[in-house]
Every structure is written in structure tokens, then in C-alpha cells.
Design a protein around this ligand. Structure first.
Ligand code: ATP
Ligand code: MG
Length: 454
């Protein structure tokens, strides 16, 4: 007789588990964007399956398992919580050696799901010896129940951890269903890991793009600024060049066709004007050189005591011609600094020459001094000259600025000296401080760092 009643090898409970596992796949798929979401989905599924258990993960060296999520609720959960506070261990962060616990070692070695009829042995092997006094209590709480232990194998074939379930109704027939459940979790966790990696990568990319965009914007702004400066410079320069050239032309004409008795006078003016033209062109070249070559400039050791002294000696004749005393005060403690000697010469020369030019009586004093904090050198030029009107002070470092009234008409100059000073002091990461009182005198401090940060 033909027997056509189909006998399933699975129990009803197992079919229910398989069905639930299948449902879980969809849940895990949706929650695969973060590990926490996968864990949450796992908790929900375990609750739906009315199963107790946890997830533990292998460390990098593969010898320690750490419990990351558990879903012991109800009475067992309460007992566990009390136990946790009692012994100071947390079930959600508990680590144990893989080799101490037979069933876990077997799962990892064989990569096969294991079924054991009595899981109390697991608790005994898992807990550190110091917890022996609590063992009985725990074993009666958890033990004597069957347990299923399934490997979490990611798509690369690596065992990442173990899913464990303890339940009075589990049988060996539930192994396939719960293996499938573990696989769903493993894939979901791997997806979450990949997802997180991609997101981190995307964040990093986004951050880099933002930084780069900002840099480009700043560079662009600087270019626009430079462009404006350049056109402004060109218009200023052509204006400034035109003045001496016109004067030159006029006096050359007078020299040729004018009063022949005044020829010496004309010649003197022609000489003055051509000298003015020459310094003007030199200053303009200096400035554009300074602007162009900022980063290519060579720093070297400079002893400012020597530099200032030399300049003071060189300018002595100029001061004497105006009846001014020109003096220098050195600082023996002064360290050698890193700087560009030729540029620093220009700074000091411009300041000293200004002081001599704009002082009618009294003295001009140059000094160098190490500041109290030993971190900056104060290069100071003081004069007892005509001073600078407070209305002019904000502009004296502008190119071609010679004061709002331009009263020093008889003092030759183009208004580039301090612009050059400012440029050089910036290159040396220094700072300029000016104090001036109209009719009494002016003090310039150039503060230079002892160690240059470039
Ligand atoms: N020590 C000082 N005392 C009074 N006024 C000063 C002093 N130093 C600078 N100034 C004022 O600042 C202006 C700008 O100085 P700056 O050295 O840049 O140009 P300049 O001396 O006019 O010409 P040059 O480019 O030939 O040096 C001067 O024209 C002057 O009005
Ligand atoms: Mg000057």
C-alpha cells in the first residue's frame, strides 16, 4: 500500500522558527545601515521567537569572545540584573576565553552550529573562578535547558562571532532554522559594516572637498586682492613717474633754450630729478620683488647689533649736515636671529633716514633690545622731529602716501619707504608700533620674533 502522508523531519516549532527566520531576513535587510539597528532588529526578532540568548563577537586575535547584546527578559532578566550589580560584571560587555568554553570553541573551530541538551556546563566554564559562589544560583536559573550555538559567518567566510539561544523547548531539529537565523544576522552585520565604511569614506571625501573649496576660495580672494593692488600700483606708479619726468623735460628745455646764466641752477635741478627718478624706480622694483618672491627668500643668521651700528655709522654724515646727533644703543644680550640681512638693512635705513629727514633739531636714536620675555627683539628708532599728524598715522604705510598736506614738499621722497618697511617686517613675522606727537617727535618700534616661524 502506498503511504502518501508526508512526514516532515521538522517539528511544528521548527517550522515556526524557519518562518520567523525568513521574516527576519526582511527586517535585517532594512536595518543593515548600522550595527545598532541590526542589534535592535535582532532583539525584536528574538522576542518574537520567544527565545533567550545573545550575540558575542570574536576579537582580532580570535581568542576572546565579548558578549555585545543579550535579550534575557522577564524573570531571568531580573535575576541577571541583580547578579550583575552583585558581582560587578555586565552581561552586555562580558568577555571570556574561547578555549575555556567547549561549545564556543567547537562552533568556531568547526564553523558548525552546535546543539547541547544542557547548557549549565557553558555557564560553569564561562565564569571566572572568583564567581564560583554564585554558580549554583546561576546554573539553576539558566541551566538544564537545551542550547543552540550558531557561528556568525560573514560573506568572506570569516567567523565573526556566535549567536546563542537557550530555551527549554529547543531540540536538535531547530538547528537548521537557527543556523539560517544566524546567517541572516551575519550578513546584515557585514552590510552594516560596509555601509558604515562607505559612509565614513563619503564623509571624509566631503570634508576634504569642503577644505579644498575653502582653500580655493581663499586663494581666489587673494588673487583678486593682488590684482587690485597691482592695478592700483600701476596707476600710482605712472602718476609718480610722470612728475619727475615732466620736471626733467621742463628743465632740459630751459637748459637748452633758457637763460644761459642760470644753467648751473637748471643742471642742479635736472640732477636732483634724475636722482629722484632713479630711487623711485628702485623702490618700485624693490616692492614688486618683495611681493613676488615671498617664499623663495633665503633666511640666514643676522646679528642686529652689528647691522644697526653699521647703518648708524653710514648715516652719520647726513645727520651732521643737519646738526643732529645720531646715536646707537646696542644690547649685548641680543641673540642672533634668522632673517634676511639685506632686507633688515633696508628697514633700518628707511627708518633712520626718515627720522633724519623729518627732524630739524635734537637727536635721532636707534637701539636694539631683547624684550623681557626674551621672545622678541625691539628695534627702535626715536627722533625729536616734527611728528606725524594723527590723521596721517593710519596711512603712512600706504604706497606713495606722504601725509595729507604733503607739507614736506622740500624734502625729497616718494612715499614708498614705509611701504617697503611694512612688507619686509611681515616677511619676518614681525610687528610695527608707531608713537608720534606732532611737533615733539616720533618713535618706531619694529618687534621681531627671536625664532622665526615661517
Ligand atoms: N620719523 C618721521 N617723522 C615724521 N614723519 C614721518 C616720519 N617717518 C615717516 N613720516 C611721514 O610718513 C610719510 C611716509 O614715509 P615714507 O618713508 O613711506 O615716505 P617718504 O619718506 O615720504 O618717501 P620715501 O619713499 O623716499 O621714503 C612721510 O612722507 C612722512 O610724512
Ligand atoms: Mg622715507
Amino acid at each position: 500500500m502506498k503511504d502518501d502522508t508526508f512526514q516532515s523531519p521538522l517539528t511544528g516549532r521548527s517550522i515556526e522558527l524557519l518562518q520567523a527566520t525568513n521574516d527576519a531576513a526582511a527586517v535585517f535587510q532594512r536595518s543593515a545601515h548600522s550595527e545598532t539597528a541590526v542589534f535592535r532588529a535582532y532583539q525584536e526578532q528574538m522576542a518574537a521567537l520567544k527565545l533567550r540568548g545573545g550575540l558575542s563577537f570574536l576579537n582580532d586575535s580570535g581568542d576572546t569572545l565579548t558578549v555585545r547584546v543579550v535579550n534575557y527578559s522577564g524573570r531571568i532578566g531580573q535575576i541577571l540584573k541583580r547578579f550583575e550589580s552583585l558581582v560587578g560584571l555586565s552581561t552586555e560587555n562580558f568577555s571570556f576565553n574561547v578555549n575555556d568554553v567547549d561549545v564556543y570553541r567547537k562552533v568556531i573551530e568547526t564553523r558548525q552550529t552546535q546543539y547541547i541538551p544542557d547548557s549549565s556546563v557553558v555557564i560553569v566554564q564561562m565564569l571566572p573562578p572568583r564567581l564560583a559562589p554564585y554558580l549554583n544560583r546561576l546554573v539553576t536559573t539558566f541551566g538544564m535547558h537545551p542550547g543552540i550555538y550558531a557561528p556568525l559567518i560573514d560573506p568572506d567566510g570569516r567567523v565573526r562571532g556566535v549567536l546563542n539561544m537557550v530555551d527549554p523547548h529547543l531540540t536538535a531539529q531547530d538547528v537548521p532554522a537557527l543556523t539560517a537565523f544566524a546567517n541572516q544576522i551575519a550578513v546584515a552585520l557585514d552590510n552594516a559594516r560596509l555601509f558604515e565604511e562607505i559612509r565614513r569614506y563619503a564623509d571624509e571625501l566631503e570634508r576634504r572637498v569642503a577644505v579644498r573649496t575653502q582653500e580655493l576660495a581663499a586663494a581666489n580672494e587673494r588673487l583678486t586682492e593682488l590684482d587690485e593692488l597691482k592695478s592700483q600700483l600701476i596707476s600710482n606708479v605712472s602718476h609718480e613717474l610722470r612728475t619727475p619726468i615732466t620736471t626733467l623735460e621742463l628743465y632740459l628745455d630751459l637748459f637748452k633754450h633758457g637763460n644761459s646764466e642760470k644753467r648751473d641752477h637748471y643742471l642742479k635741478i635736472i640732477e636732483e630729478q634724475s636722482h629722484r627718478l632713479k630711487t623711485l624706480v628702485e623702490d618700485i622694483l624693490d616692492l614688486s620683488r618683495l611681493e613676488a618672491g615671498r617664499d623663495k627668500l633665503q633666511f640666514g643668521p643676522v646679528q642686529l647689533n652689528d647691522v644697526v651700528e653699521q647703518i648708524v655709522t653710514m648715516q652719520q654724515a647726513r645727520a651732521e649736515a643737519k646738526g643732529l646727533e645720531l646715536r646707537f644703543i646696542a644690547d649685548e644680550r641680543l641673540p642672533v636671529i634668522q632673517g634676511i640681512r639685506s632686507q633688515l638693512v633696508q628697514v633700518i635705513t628707511n627708518l633712520v633716514v626718515n627720522s633724519i629727514s623729518y627732524t630739524e633739531s635734537g637727536y635721532v636714536q636707534a637701539s636694539v633690545q631683547l624684550n623681557e620675555d626674551d621672545r622678541r627683539i625691539d628695534l627702535c628708532v626715536i627722533d625729536t622731529g616734527k611728528g606725524i599728524d594723527s590723521a596721517d598715522l593710519p596711512y603712512i604705510f600706504d604706497r606713495f602716501y606722504r601725509g595729507k598736506d604733503n607739507k614736506q614738499g622740500h624734502i625729497p621722497g616718494t612715499g614708498l619707504g614705509l611701504a617697503i618697511v611694512k612688507e619686509i617686517v611681515e616677511i619676518h613675522s614681525g610687528e610695527i608700533v608707531v608713537n608720534s606727537e606732532l611737533g615733539r617727535g616720533t618713535t618706531f618700534h619694529i618687534l621681531l620674533p627671536v625664532t622665526q616661524e615661517r
